[in-house]
Every structure is written in C-alpha cells, then in structure tokens.
Design a protein around this ligand. Structure first.
Ligand code: SAM
Length: 255
C-alpha cells in the first residue's frame, strides 16, 4: 500500500479535472440537511487526498480537518490550502484505521471510494471504530464505495483515459484484475506523460482494492455502533436505483 498515490499524486488533480467536486459538495450538503438533526459545522475527511472536498467545504464556512495515508497527496492539499489562505488541519501518513485528531466532529466523510482501499475486513472494522470515536453522538458518517453487485457484472478489465492540461498530455491505461475468491482487485495504472510529443515521465502503480457488498458494510457499521440512515446511488437519492449504481453512498449515524 505504501507505494500507491506517490507519483500518481502529482498528476491526480489533472487526471480528475473532469470530476465535479463542487456538485459533490452540494450533494453532501443535501445529505447533511436531510439526515442530521443538528446543523453540521465541523467535518473530518479521513482520506482527503489532494483536499478537493475538504477545501471547498472549508470555503463554505465549515471547520475542516483531514488526513490521508499518502503524504504526497496531503502535501498537495496543504499547498492548495495555503494558496487559498484557508485554515485547515491536514495530516499525512495517517491510515484511516488509525485516524487520530483527539476531538469529535459533526460529520466524517470518506469520498471517492477510498474505503475500497481497505482490503482486510479487520481494517474496515478498525476504521469504523475510529470514525465512531471522532463523531459526536448523532454525528454523520458519509462515504461512498464501489457497489460489489455492479462491480462483478460490469467492471472494465481495461480502460484508457487521456487528459490534456498545463501543456501536458496524460495517458492513463488502467488494467483491472479481479480476485473473485477474496473480493479483491488490483488496478494497474500505466501513466505516460508527454509534452510536445516527447515523453516527460512514465510510471506504473498497482492499487490493491476490495469491492464491498451493501449487506456487509451495513453489518460492520451496526457492529461498530452506527445506525444506517440510507444507502443511496452516488449523487442521487432514489434508493431503488441502488442495485444498478456503480457507486453507493452510505449515510450512517453514530449512536
Ligand atoms: C481515489 S483517492 C480519493 C481522494 C479524495 N477523497 C478525493 O475524493 O479526491 C483515494 C485516497 O485514499 C487514500 N487512502 C488509501 N488507503 C488509505 C488508508 N488506509 N487510510 C487513509 N487513506 C487512504 C489514498 O492515499 C488516496 O488519497
């Protein structure tokens, strides 16, 4: 795990420049309004990456803390926070299964299927237990995962994404190998970065992930002291659409 989101971190924001983080913040705020009795003021993002959700939320007046396993990702998040003059607390080298801020929050978020990087059930349990410690009673835990049901029937073994930004062309080929007996997958990223037709950088990173099923996530949430509020198709509210959704949003409340 230590070798992921290293080189990939430097190109992460360019690769995902088409991801609509602003819209995702609107979605989160709709979830806050619908599922929280008290107004949400403080938020912890336990896999904040380069800080895209965290910084947009801070700009909207929430008090934000964030952490991530990858220091390379959080360094970028800190630089972005400094540039925007935002006061946030961001910690790198901090696995979510050991997240520790010695305070509680109104909400904890874990976005873009970062939970899927927990390939061991014991790490999922540890993470849920740590999140529980960081929430006030009634606080919300919101995260999205790949939907195991959909993953099994329709993952793409090979995909190519090409983006152009800052004079660079980034070609990312992802190859996914599924291990059916362990619910795991290895996504091998092969990234070639060129400028004016010349290769600037070429690297490979293997990301080990796990696909989860809604029933098992619900089981472990309940085991660690949460009440499930909703399973939603990511960016939507129609619970009937869940079976077919590639990503699922979980909303859980701390007892
Ligand atoms: C797909 S990125 C999502 C980042 C960010 N949430 C976003 O939406 O852009 C997954 C993130 O999970 C982080 N990650 C993976 N395993 C982790 C762990 N065990 N604890 C904390 N962060 C982890 C990676 O370093 C990476 O930043």
């Amino acid at each position: 795990m230590g070798s992921t989101f290293k080189k990939y971190a430097s190109y992460y924001d360019l690769i995902y420049q088409d991801k609509d983080y602003r819209d995702e913040i609107k979605y989160l705020e709709k979830i806050f309004a619908k599922y929280s009795q008290k107004k949400i003021r403080s938020i912890l993002d336990i896999a904040c990456g380069t800080g895209s959700h965290l910084l947009l939320l801070a700009e909207r007046g929430y008090r934000l803390c964030g952490s991530d396993l990858s220091k390379d990702m959080t360094q970028i998040a800190c630089l972005k926070a400094d540039r925007k003059g935002l006061k946030v607390s961001i910690k790198g080298n901090m696995p979510m299964q050991q997240v520790n801020f010695r305070q509680t929050f109104d909400a904890v978020i874990c976005m873009f299927a970062a939970i899927d990087y927990l390939t061991e059930i014991k790490d999922l349990q540890k993470t849920f237990a740590q999140v529980h410690k960081h929430l006030r009673p009634g606080g919300l835990f919101i995260f999205d995962i790949w939907n195991g049901i959909k993953f099994l029937t329709s993952h793409s073994p090979k995909r190519t994404k090409i983006v152009r930004a800052e004079g660079l062309r980034i070609r990312r080929v992802s190859t996914t190998k599924v291990m059916l007996l362990t619910n795991r997958a290895v996504i091998s990223f092969d990234c070639a970065i060129t400028k004016g037709g010349k290769i600037v950088e070429h690297f490979k990173e293997d990301h080990q992930v796990r696909y989860f099923f809604p029933a098992e996530i619900t089981h472990f949430l309940e085991q660690e002291g949460f009440t499930l509020q909703a399973i939603l198709p990511f960016m939507g509210f129609n619970q009937d659409a869940c079976t077919n959704a590639w990503n699922l949003t979980f909303v859980a409340k701390r007892h």
